[in-house]
Design a protein around this ligand. Structure first.
Ligand code: PMP
Ligand code: GLU
Length: 390
């Protein structure tokens, strides 16, 4: 049978997630006994902390194993709203929140809720791999906005003005950014906000890496800027901040009218997020100060180690990561395409990194430093050997 005639034709233009694919290939090679250094992982390498697991175990013992309200337990939505109000200065309450099956679904839900056929969605590049694919599913029109390297891959108001039209519906911001590890200052965000005010443009602000941010850099939420909350959907979740990638709890926060309408999609698709994982998330929000200190200092030490190590390698030029656990490296001077670089590095030195075309740019690789110091040191030595032999 020719399944091409059966399948929804939209699928032919949608790509698999390269980040998920490379990560599972690295895990598979490791399971086969190969001594692979996995620099492709998009998740913290720590186990979920005990206090969160205990909250989940208690929930299971108490029979929290049934459907919950589709947009999440009220208690969790209240706790998220409190966190957003206090930490992020976003004024909101439970009615502004939808808890979702991972932040990925929150991003998708926001896109599905706002984008009509043909509406333009501005995606600054380099971008996280899944944004364009989600826009394609929603039948939106992708307007990639290349951010300039000399501006540390951050967009400016001038860049924005060059692409906004009256068909522009949504701007997707992500900071600290996957894959560049760069973040925006309050002044830069205010400039972006001023540039879009004359247009009917909404902002989807994906702040999932907010807690993995270094030195004394402050994370500023777009929705906290004066007046911006009315036109912003903030996405965040528990995957990265609490090392809970497998628990699948994320959320979106936005104007009540949008939340009410978007809830219909949740009712009729996922029904609700996992019940006992929601109770674990409530536990996570209660008791997290030491945990955040630990992840920040651990990732910062590793960032220093890998940044200095890779800077010492021939023909590779890393950006200095400000947040996230990714080091974004210019490899164009090696004269290899990023796909060739990544596949030869894996074959010849058993080091797995992500080539950059999936992020909407050529000539770079993303190195995840979400692994032990020992692995980082080994990985740097192997990369050094690899590039000095090219
Ligand atoms: N946004 C970005 C920028 C990410 O890197 C990820 C990682 N998968 C997500 C959203 C989705 O997170 P989650 O695992 O909670 O779906
Ligand atoms: N976001 C992570 C990454 O970029 C996890 C994989 C994915 O969901 O794409 O590697």
């Amino acid at each position: 049978m020719d399944y091409k005639n059966v399948l929804n034709e939209k699928l032919f233009s949608i790509n698999r997630s390269p980040t998920l694919q490379f990560t599972s290939l690295a895990k598979q090679l490791k399971a086969e006994g190969k001594d692979v250094i996995n620099f492709s992982a998009g998740e913290p390498d720590f186990d979920t902390p005990q206090f969160i697991k205990s909250a989940a175990k208690k929930a299971l013992d108490n029979g929290i194993t049934k459907y919950t309200p589709s947009t999440g337990f009220f208690e969790l939505k209240e706790a998220i709203a409190k966190k957003l109000s206090i930490e992020n200065r976003i004024s909101c309450s439970a009615e502004n929140i939808i808890v979702t099956a991972g932040a990925k679904f929150a991003v998708f839900l926001a896109i599905l809720s706002l984008v009509n056929d043909g509406d333009e969605v501005i995606i600054p590049s380099p971008y996280w791999v899944s944004y364009p694919e989600m826009v394609k599913i929603a039948r939106g029109k992708i307007r990639v906005l290349p951010a300039k390297k000399e501006n540390n891959f951050k967009i400016t108001s001038q860049d924005l003005k060059s692409v906004i039209t009256n068909k522009s519906k949504l701007l997707i911001l992500n900071y600290p950014a996957n894959p560049t590890g760069i973040t925006y200052t309050k002044d830069e965000l205010e400039m972006i906000w001023r540039a879009i005010q004359g247009f009917d443009l909404f902002v989807l602000s994906d702040e999932i890496y907010e807690k993995i941010i270094f030195e004394d850099i402050e994370h500023v939420s777009f929705a906290s800027l004066d007046g911006a909350g009315q036109r912003t959907i903030t996405v965040n979740g528990f995957s990265k901040s609490y090392s809970m990638t497998g628990w699948r709890i994320g959320f979106m926060a936005g104007p009540r009218e949008i939340i009410q309408e978007a809830s219909k999609i949740v009712d009729n698709t996922t029904s609700c997020p996992n019940s006992f994982a929601q109770k674990a998330a409530i536990g996570a929000l209660k008791n997290n100060k030491d945990w955040f200190k630990f992840i920040k200092s651990t990732f910062q030490e590793r960032r220093d180690l890998i940044y200095n190590g890779i800077r010492g390698c021939k023909n590779i030029f890393p950006l200095k990561t400000q947040g996230t656990f990714y080091l974004f490296c210019d490899i164009s001077r090696t004269n290899l395409s990023s796909v060739d670089f990544a596949s030869r590095l894996l074959n010849e030195q058993l080091v797995s990194v992500i080539p950059s075309p999936g992020f909407g740019i050529e000539g770079y690789v993303r190195i995840s430093f979400s692994t032990s110091r020992e692995n980082i040191e080994k990985g740097i030595a192997r990369i050094k050997k690899f590039v000095s032999n090219i």
